[in-house]
Each structure stands twice: as structure tokens, then as C-alpha cells.
Design a protein around this ligand. Structure first.
Ligand code: NAI
Ligand code: MG
Length: 492
């Protein structure tokens, strides 16, 4: 059966399409996959599942648009389209926030306060870059005794495949789309199976904004079918991926066969370092947010909490209290502070990590099990006296679970902070400006925050060291990651 849509519940907007968006047209797929509401476990809708043939059509459309229509659009016009898209996202921000909450289960206040404003700001930031991407004029030594005139040009890479995770799909799609489009690339976007709706709705807004057909194509589908077909495809020039290290590794391996450029953002095990002079109340509040925001399903979640021994008991007690005061509930209940995990598999993975923490001898301070209600809920959980060598301190859990451990001096704190496979983010809580900057230099992470968690901004480069990934998105780095540099020399 070729089904584009079935069972669209009342909450889904009329204009949402659940098929494939290829060459400016909504199309049905040969099969579908089920998209669930994680707060009830009920089916939300069925979404078209692109196969390798669909992916090939999408890539061809992107290639044709790159060579023809999009190639002749000036930077100023690309910027105008991106500004228009930002305005449309702003117009429909409430709808998009609702879709994020429905699809992932996050409390509605969170996408309203973070994902939507950040996505709008990202499109505006890159709209501004679109007509300011320039090369340099470079003095050279000459050629065979004759003078030369040399300069560089930054050109778009071509067709970019954007593979999106389910935790903050719209925002991360914006991080990949906005810089790629500003730089003049075309895209094929593969949303995640668990949360495709906001990106499908974005497709409607891309249409409405007036982007030429084929500039942005959207192919929802399974990772090992649609995602893998994109990564293999000979005519895709770059893959930008956010997700698990295992899939990131597969992508890089496969991408090597066709020399694709890759940007990988693969999560972390980010430290929160509380120094002896920290403002403890502010630190506890920030750490709780870093653990429980978005159910802890955040690549930059601050899950390893390193506390100076003089503050240790106080911080452990306060974090236990913060965990117990969270209110698990339905995403549209305004009292809710933490929603369900995205699916049963994620719930089971997180519960298994919690059992592992108990078995490995960590002290359970709060939480530690499932929440007794429908949906994939896990209690906000805090472990103290965790060994930095134990599983819950080393592996990314991607759920509301924190590991607290004491340190005695700053050198030990840095050693522990860096004793991890990951290197995405780190937070330092201190009032000592010298220590703040000194530690910021020493910690091996792509982003360091002092006295705040997740102070992200589209102007700042984003990405990790070590297992956390390769390359940077956002800011000028986002433009560099979406362009090829060419040198031109004229022998005079
Ligand atoms: P995943 O890495 O499997 O999925 C991310 C995206 O990659 C999805 O769109 C998926 O369809 C696609 N994908 C999967 N297999 C693929 C393949 N072979 N080729 C191309 N694309 C493929 O992540 P999953 O299984 O949903 O979550 C597992 C764990 O990954 C989480 O528990 C968390 O630790 C980590 N994760 C990290 C994220 C981050 O922000 N860095 C986001 C999502 C997950
Ligand atoms: Mg869903």
C-alpha cells in the first residue's frame, strides 16, 4: 500500500504532511513507520519511510538544484530567503513547540523557551552571513620571474546530507540547514524515526518561504535504510550527523569510500566542576538543569559532577532534593518539569544503567527506578560516591542520571574532568576569575561554560573533541564547514 498519511490525531496541525518532500513536491513512500507519543506510548501517526530509490531521487533533485537554480541565487537573495524562513518559524513557533513536545515528550515550556528561539536565531544569524562569505587576496612570490595576482574563493561544497537525532530535532536541523544554505549548498535531510514531525512541518515553511524546488529535500525513514543510503550515495558531497558514536563511526567509515566531508556531533559525558569558592545555590540550580532538562536526553548534559570536598555533602544533599522536586508528567501539563524518555528502548537502556550504578557500588541519593505511570518515564536520579572509572561515569546514559564525585584540589579536578573518552562540553562553577580562565584552557572540551550550563548561541562554534566528534557547526566555523576553499593565481 502506498500510504502517505493515516490516523492524524486532532493535535497534529492540518497542514502537516507525513510523506517525503522531494524536488518541492510532497510524495508518498512505498512503506511507512510508526511515530509514537512517548507520554502515552500511543501511535501518533505513520510517516513515509524513504528507501534507497527515494533517497536517490532526493539526491538527484538536490544536485540539479545545486547546478541550476540555487547556483545562480546571490548571497543577498539566499539571506533574504533565510530571513523569510526565520519569520515563518517565528509565526508558527507555538505549533512547532507543540509538535516537539508531542513527538519527544518534553514539557511544552522547554521548546517554547529554548528550541524555537534558538532555531529562529540560528536562521537569522546565517541569513546575515549569506552575503558576507569572502576569500582573501594573498601576496605571492611570483611565477618564473613574473608577478602574480592570487586570491581565494569560498565555494559551496554541493549536496549536503543532514542526519538528525530525535532529542532536539528542529533545533539541530536548523544548525545544519542554516549554515549549509547560507553558503549555497543544497540538502537532503533525514529526520530521526522517533521525532520527524517538526522537521516535516519545517518543510512546509520552506515551501512557503519560496526556496526553489530541490534546494531542501526531506526523506524521513529508517537509519539503516534511508540514512545509510545517503551516506553511501556517490553524489552526496558532505554528511553532517548528530547522534551516537557507533553510527558516527559507521558514517565516517562509509563516507571515506567516496571521500565525503563529514561533521560528526556524538554526545558526551560532560563534567560540571564545582570549585571551593562557588556560589553553591547557583551551581546546584545549573547542575540540576544540566541533568534533567529535556529528560537528560541532551548531548551536552552535565552528567559528571565533580565537587570540591569542602562542599561535597552540601551539594549531594541539594542535588538529591532537586531531583525529588522534579515533577514527571504529561508534556502539556504546565506543572510538569520532566517528561518521558523518547521510547521504550531508551527507557530500558537508562534503567539498565541505573541498575549498573547500584551494582557497581555507587550511593543512590534520589530516584533509581521507573515512574509508575503510562509512558516511558524514569525517575530523576542522582548517584553519589561514584568512581570515575565506573560504567555510569564513563558511558553516555542519555537520561536523567547524574554521577557526583569529590575532588581535593584543582589539579585532581582537571585530571578527572579529562579522564573520559568524550570532550563535548564542561561547566566550571567558581567566582575566581583566574581559576575560571585557567581551567577553561585545561579542560579538553569543545565548549566551556563558566557559571552557567548550556549557554549556547548560533554565533559560537559547536562540536566536540575525542569521541564527541569531528568538526564544528555554527558561527563562522559553520560557514567554513560548509564551503571549499579555492585559490586562483593569475600570472601577470
Ligand atoms: P542513532 O545514532 O542511531 O540515531 C541518530 C540518527 O542517525 C537518526 O536519524 C537515525 O535514523 C540515523 N541513523 C541510524 N543508523 C544509521 C546508519 N547506519 N546510517 C545513517 N544514519 C543512521 O541514535 P539512537 O539509536 O536514536 O540513540 C542511541 C544513543 O545515541 C542515545 O542513547 C544517545 O546516547 C546517543 N545520541 C546522541 C545524540 C546527540 O545529540 N549527540 C542524539 C541522539 C542519540
Ligand atoms: Mg515520536
Amino acid at each position: 500500500m502506498r500510504a502517505e498519511t493515516t490516523t492524524v490525531p486532532a493535535r497534529l496541525p492540518e497542514s502537516l504532511r507525513t510523506g517525503l518532500f522531494i524536488d518541492g513536491k510532497w510524495q508518498s513512500a512505498t512503506s511507512t513507520f510508526d511515530d509514537h507519543d512517548p507520554s502515552s506510548g500511543q501511535l501518533l501517526t505513520r510517516v513515509g519511510a524513504a528507501d534507497a530509490t527515494d533517497v536517490d531521487r532526493a539526491v538527484r533533485a538536490a544536485r540539479t538544484a545545486f547546478n541550476d537554480s540555487w547556483g545562480s541565487v546571490s548571497g543577498a537573495e539566499r539571506g533574504a530567503l533565510l530571513y523569510r524562513l526565520a519569520d515563518l518559524i517565528e509565526r508558527d513557533a507555538a505549533i512547532l513547540a507543540e509538535l516537539e513536545s508531542l513527538d519527544i515528550g518534553k514539557p511544552i515550556g522547554q521548546p517554547t523557551a529554548l528550541d524555537l528561539p534558538n532555531t529562529i536565531a540560528t536562521f537569522r544569524h546565517f541569513a546575515g552571513w549569506a552575503d558576507k562569505i569572502h576569500g582573501d587576496s594573498i601576496p605571492t612570490a611570483g611565477y618564473m620571474g613574473r608577478p602574480t595576482h592570487s586570491y581565494t574563493i569560498r565555494e559551496p561544497i554541493g549536496v549536503v546530507a543532514a542526519i538528525i537525532p530525535w532529542n532536539t530535532p528542529l533545533m539541530i536541523a536548523g544548525w545544519k540547514l542554516a549554515p549549509a544554505l547560507a553558503a549555497g549548498n543544497t540538502l537532503v535531510v533525514k529526520p530521526a524515526e522517533d521525532a520527524p514531525l517538526s522537521i516535516l512541518y519545517l518543510g512546509r515553511l520552506i515551501e512557503e518561504a519560496g526556496f526553489p524546488p530541490g534546494v531542501v529535500n526531506i526523506v524521513p525513514g529508517l537509519g539503516d535504510v534511508a540514512g545509510a543510503a545517503l551516506v553511501r550515495h556517490r553524489d552526496v558531497d558532505k554528511v553532517s550527523f548528530t547522534g551516537s558514536p557507533r553510527v558516527g563511526q559507521d558514517i565516517q567509515r562509509t563516507a571515506a569510500e567516496t571521500f565525503k566531508r563529514v561533521t560528526l556531533e556524538l554526545g558526551g559525558k560532560s563534567p560540571q566542576i564545582v570549585l571551593a569558592d562557588a556560589d553553591v545555590d547557583a551551581a546546584v540550580q545549573g547542575i540540576a538543569m544540566g541533568l534533567f532538562f529535556n529528560q537528560g536526553e541532551v548531548c551536552a548534559a552535565g552528567t559528571r559532577i565533580l565537587v570540591h570536598r569542602s562542599l561535597y555533602d552540601r551539594v549531594v544533599a541539594a542535588l538529591g532534593e532537586a531531583a525529588r522536586s522534579q515533577i514527571p508528567g504529561a508534556p502539556f501539563d504546565l506543572a510538569t518539569t520532566i517528561g518521558p524518555l523518547v521510547n521504550r528502548r531508551q527507557q530500558e537502556t537508562v534503567l539498565a544503567y541505573i541498575e549498573k550504578g547500584k551494582a557497581e557500588g555507587a550511593r543512590l541519593v534520589a530516584g533509581g527506578g521507573r515512574v509508575n505511570r503510562a509512558g516511558f518515564f524514569v525517575e530523576p536520579t542522582v548517584f553519589a560516591d561514584v568512581s570515575n572509572d565506573s560504567t555510569i561515569a564513563r558511558e553516555e546514559i542519555f537520561g536523567p542520571v547524574g554521577a557526583v564525585m569529590p575532588f581535593d584540589d584543582v589539579d585532581e579536578a582537571i585530571r578527572m574532568a579529562n579522564d573520559t573518552e568524550y570532550g563535548l562540553a564542561a561547566t566550571i562553577w567558581t567566582r575566581d576569575v583566574t581559576l575560571a580562565h585557567t581551567l577553561a584552557r585545561k579542560v579538553r572540551a569543545g565548549a566551556v561554560w563558566v557559571n552557567g550550563w548550556a549557554a549556547i548561541d548560533p554565533a559560537l562554534p559547536w562540536g566536540g573533541m575525542k569521541t564527541s566528534g569531528i568538526g564544528r557547526e555554527l558561527g563562522w566555523s559553520g560557514i567554513l564547514a560548509n564551503t571549499e576553499e579555492k585559490s586562483v593565481t593569475v600570472v601577470l
